[in-house]
Design a protein. Structure first.
Length: 86
C-alpha cells in the first residue's frame, strides 16, 4: 500500500473467466497503487498481462488462472483481494 493516500481495507470481489481473472481491490486508490500491484504480479508470473484500473478498483490478469496465487501476490503487495461470496 502506498503512503500517498489513506487506504481503507474494504473487501474486494473476484471473478474468474476463461481468459484469466479479475479482482476488485477497493484499497487500490491511485496510479501508484495500481503500479505496485501490476509489478508484483508481473514479476511473479512471467508472461502475465496485468491491467490495474484504480478508478474502477479492478485488476485484470490474462495468462493466469490460479486465484489463490493472485490473491497472495496482491496481499503481499499490501492490498486486500477478498473473493466475493457466491
Amino acid at each position: 500500500m502506498c503512503g500517498i493516500h489513506q487506504h481503507s481495507h474494504d473487501q474486494a470481489s473476484t471473478t474468474v473467466s476463461g481468459a484469466g481473472l479479475s479482482v476488485r481491490v477497493d484499497d487500490m486508490t491511485c496510479g501508484h497503487c495500481a503500479s505496485t500491484i501490476r509489478s508484483a504480479i508481473e514479476s511473479t508470473i512471467p508472461g502475465a498481462k496485468v491491467t490495474a484500473n484504480p478508478e474502477a478498483r479492478l485488476v485484470s490478469v490474462e495468462g493466469a488462472s490460479d486465484l489463490a496465487q493472485i490473491s497472495r501476490i496482491i496481499t503481499l503487495a499490501g492490498y486486500t483481494p477478498t473473493p466475493a461470496l457466491t
